[in-house]
Write a protein that binds this ligand. Structure first.
Ligand code: C2O
Ligand code: CU
Ligand code: CU
Length: 459
């Protein structure tokens, strides 16, 4: 067992030895801020135009987290996992080696590729010691901020908690507009962790109910790092890769603008106040850095109706580059046609409550929703439970038509959306491009594992 007081006592002893002068220096020196770590790319090569080959392994590794050694499960030896970065229209061949002591697989969260075969097929389990070749083609227009993580049912929460999560970025045609291309673009993976004896703290009974949170709130694996801006505008690709932690984010020091939700551009930038980023969700934001003075990305209080209390804190400090001028905001981003409920071919109702969807536990052999390829569907999702639940769909993403009867202020594509207790959301889900069996679930990882998951089959 590690005694947290031990470090303190040793410091006190050291202070005594160094005497007053030493102590004064220590007291005045500001905590040396760590630079926001970049996330190295997974090894890749492009042997011919339109084809990208990637290599990734899942393997245990000992890393230094918040100054302490931590034995984690990693993708490519990193925490967060190595970045997978591909282009719209490319065929991806990904050689995945499972060097963990148990079965796992990959889910490409947010990527619109088939849920079958060698693509985003979460029904496959890769045994320990085996290598599997994933292969799929990224459609045109799929550019965006996504992520990947394990999805072998029943082990998802434990494996994500052990460290398995990485960014999946698709570069698209729209990213080339100068207002975006000239910005300082950073991938920002938010992931929490708690260590016990140098390993991810094991799940206790209550963790399965509340969803597991950790005291270490890490930004690309670091505590409260600093970002020295390289341009007058910063574009953050924010990813919530936590099992259960909700981020209500605020920005102190400058206005900020939402440009994409879950990897899909909006029609135009939306001025942001607070941003709620639930587990699984992504947001791309632009921060024009007019004038000097730091900017702080803050983790604000949010009550998701569990007895969790996180003190508010700064996640990231942005230091503007002196003399750099902000870029103009893009006037138009993507075409986002507003889907209409009256065009829906089928209506579904899904209730959410602890561990159950529509009163039932997940059964991989039961088809809960059976749809037709090309249909637009209207899904009414209601949280009939007592805590928040983030609802997520694989393969087919959606628009929120209304929340509690109120229409959404602007059209946006999403794959993950929060429901507070009592919330009733109307979703419009186009079942397009692919047939096959896929899933939808609560993205508190523990809740999904315990049964808050359903099967949708499209033929
Ligand atoms: Cu991140 Cu089944 O999802
Ligand atoms: Cu997903
Ligand atoms: Cu849940």
């Amino acid at each position: 067992m590690k005694d947290p007081l031990l470090t303190l006592r040793r410091r006190e002893v050291l202070g005594g030895v160094l005497g007053l002068a030493g102590a004064a220096v220590v007291a005045r020196a500001p905590a040396a801020a760590i630079d926001l770590p970049g996330i190295p790319l997974a090894p890749s090569r492009r042997p011919e135009p339109g084809l990208v080959e990637l290599a990734l392994d899942a393997a245990p590794a000992t890393l230094t987290i918040a100054g302490r050694p931590a034995q984690l499960w990693t993708y490519g030896g990193g925490f967060p996992g190595r970045a997978l970065r591909v282009r719209e229209g490319e065929t991806v061949r990904l050689r995945f080696a499972n060097r963990l002591p148990e079965a796992t697989n990959l889910h490409f969260h947010g990527l619109h590729v088939p849920p079958t075969g060698r693509a985003d097929n979460t029904w496959l389990h890769i045994p320990p010691g085996e290598v599997f070749g994933y292969e799929f083609t990224v459609p045109q227009g799929a550019g965006g901020t996504h992520w990947y993580h394990p999805h072998a049912h029943g082990t998802i929460a434990r494996q994500i908690w052990a460290g398995l999560a990485g960014p999946l970025i698709v570069d698209g045609a729209l990213d080339a507009m100068p207002e975006l291309a000239e910005a300082d673009e950073r991938i920002v993976v938010l992931k929490d962790l708690a260590l016990a004896d140098g390993r991810p703290a094991p799940h206790g009974v209550m963790d399965w109910h509340k969803g597991k949170e950790g005291d270490l709130v890490l930004v690309n694996g670091a505590v409260a790092p600093q970002l020295g801006a390289r341009a007058g505008t910063v574009r953050l690709r924010l990813i919530n890769a936590c099992n259960a932690r909700y981020f209500r984010l605020g920005l102190e020091g400058r206005p900020w603008h939402l440009i994409a939700t879950d990897g899909h551009f909006l029609e135009r930038p939306q001025a942001l106040d607070d941003l709620l980023l639930v587990p699984g969700a992504r947001a791309d934001v632009l921060i024009p850095l007019e004038g000097p003075g730091e900017v702080r990305l803050r983790h604000l209080f949010y009550d998701r109706r569990t007895p969790h209390f996180t003190p508010e804190r700064t996640l990231l400090t942005i230091v503007p580059r002196s003399g750099a001028r902000p870029l103009p905001l893009p006037e138009r981003l993507a075409e986002v046609p507003r889907l209409r409920p009256e065009d829906a071919a089928a209506r579904r109702r899904i209730t959410m409550a602890m561990f159950l969807l529509n009163g039932q536990l997940f059964n991989p052999n039961r088809v809960d929703i059976s749809g037709r390829l090309g249909d637009l569907e209207f899904w009414e999702v209601e949280n009939v439970g007592t805590m928040d639940h983030p609802f997520h769909t694989h393969t087919w993403y959606f628009q929120v038509a209304s929340r509690n009867g109120r229409p959404e202020p602007f059209a946006a594509w999403r794959d993950t959306v929060n429901l507070r207790p009592g919330d009733r959301l109307e979703l419009l889900v186009p079942l397009r491009s692919y047939t096959g069996r896929s899933v939808y679930h609560c993205h508190v990882a523990e809740h999904g594992d315990k049964g808050m998951m359903g099967v949708v089959e499209v033929r």
